[in-house]
Design a protein around this ligand. Structure first.
Ligand code: TRP
Length: 462
């Protein structure tokens, strides 16, 4: 197969369509979507706090029973229809059934997630510069905490960094799928692994590093409970970028000869590997200097600068760490923005650069509510939450699981096994009948029930 940009023909219309051009390109872009801030500030801490190796086992089960089937289903639908998330469901559903609403909910979720995700990414990009200039080079958490406070409480800094990040993403997306998303993630993913390994080795060489490894990996089965199982499932969902049409959209760019189950499995294992490496890069260092493990913004923007400031070569490593985080956030954000962009191109026949500009502009407006959530709008609350928290809550707890359940039900009960099998076997080229049967059974009976449990738990109804 040539590595040149190759038009992907659409079986239905004969139109040529932009798409990924090589097997490595598919892998880099899809992994780029899965790997994100979730690997760095969520996964390692959640693992450590919920019983280490025991949690990993549960997470693996959740990934195999919930994450992988939904991801495979989404990619299959996208590649079959070769269309954006809304058109895909519209084309594949029997006429008169409104399954395209699932695609619409995905577009809404993309806006909500990008609104707060781009603000966190904004802080990360700002920290790359602050780290280079040495502004956050203090081993005193009180100092790094004040520096973070100063950034997020300044409305203009919050807004301008966010808009800068959105513009950068728009700039990449305007180049298209092959020349934009694929070209960039092919460079970024190897860089991500190199940076993780360098920082991981440095962290492991510190005195007292073993305590960090113990925090991460010592199995503590007593910590496992029903709610931990549900936490693991929620994490699997967010990690693999499923439930909102991202994987439908990327699936539509998959090559016809791509082995979908094998690719999905590789993305999932590589994503898990990145999460573990991130944990190995972070916690041995945190423990070595006597800091408390934490999650979320305080780990990333307060503890980590203080940890790096404590160690030899810390200044350089701190810069590398925030570059790494920016790289991780970039691939994830490209995939989030691509959902509305592809819908505009596909449904309204708007040119790609214009669709990208409209998306960035809309996000600059909607996302501003999140950029201002820690300052000007800190006291403006809906349902007791700032916009930032509300958008996170609505997407993670309602829209993503709902989207996931609908995808399972659609493939299991409407699209059917024959279609799924045709797509997963590349129309009979691959003999993976057993895998297809397993995926189908999960999608039809098991996965939707498991997701419904996560959702009800997340809403506090269980
Ligand atoms: N998977 C990314 C992370 O771990 C986040 C992400 C990107 C995402 N696209 C998504 C989450 C779509 C849900 C849906 O940070």
């Amino acid at each position: 197969m040539s590595k040149q940009t190759r038009p992907v023909s659409n079986e239905a219309t004969g139109n040529s369509r932009d798409g990924f051009t090589s097997s490595f390109g598919v892998l880099a872009a899809t992994l780029g979507s899965a790997v994100g801030l979730g690997n760095i500030w969520k996964f390692p801490y959640v693992t450590g706090a919920n019983g280490g190796a025991g949690f990993l086992v549960v997470y693996l089960l959740a990934t195999l029973l919930v994450g992988l089937p939904v991801m495979i289903a989404e990619i299959s639908l996208g590649r079959r229809a070769k269309a954006d998330a809304i058109t895909t469901l519209r084309t594949l559903a029997p006429s008169g059934q409104k399954w395209w609403l699932v695609g619409l909910s995905g577009v809404i979720a993309a806006f909500l997630i990008t609104s707060f995700y781009s603000e966190v990414a904004a802080w990360v990009f700002a920290y790359v510069f602050k780290a280079i200039r040495g502004d956050i080079l203090s081993s005193d958490p009180a100092v790094t905490s004040a520096a973070f406070g100063a950034l997020i409480s300044d409305p203009w800094q919050s807004l301008l960094w966010q808009w800068g990040v959105l513009l950068l993403m728009g700039g990449i997306l305007a180049f298209g799928v092959a020349k934009g998303i694929e070209a960039v993630t092919k460079k970024l993913m190897p860089l991500l692994f190199i940076l993780l390994i360098v920082i991981g080795i440095r962290s492991l060489m510190l005195p007292g590093a073993a305590a960090g490894l113990a925090f991460l990996f010592t199995p503590d089965w007593s910590k496992l409970s029903a709610s931990v199982v549900l936490v693991a499932m929620g994490l699997a969902f967010f990690k693999l970028s499923i439930g909102m049409g991202t994987m439908i959209t990327y699936g539509s760019y998959f090559r016809d000869e791509q082995n979908i189950p094998a690719t999905t499995f590789r993305v999932m294992t590589a994503d898990l590997f990145v999460s573990m490496l991130a944990g190995i890069a972070i916690f041995p260092a945190v423990f070595s200097f006597g800091f408390q493990p934490a999650a979320g913004p305080s780990l990333l923007f307060i503890t980590i600068p203080a940890v790096f400031a404590s160690m030899p070569f810390g200044h350089l490593l701190m810069v590398l760490f925030f570059v790494l985080s920016a790289v991780a956030a970039t691939g994830a954000m490209l995939s989030l923005l691509e959902v509305p962009v592809s819908v505009m191109v596909g449904r309204f026949a708007i040119s790609r650069p214009v669709a990208t500009a409209i998306t960035v502009l809309l996000l600059a407006l909607v996302g501003a509510s999140c950029a201002l959530s820690n300052n000007t709008l800190a006291d403006t609350k809906l349902f007791g939450m700032t916009f930032f928290d509300l958008f996170d809550y609505l997407s993670s707890n309602i829209l993503l699981p709902l989207g996931g359940i609908c995808i399972c039900l659609f493939v299991g009960w409407i699209w059917g096994k024959e279609q799924l099998s045709a797509t997963l076997s590349n129309h009979g080229v691959l003999s993976n009948g057993k895998i297809v049967s397993m995926v189908y059974l999960l999608l039809k009976f098991i996965t939707p029930v498991l997701i419904a449990l996560v959702m009800l738990k997340g809403l506090g109804w269980l």
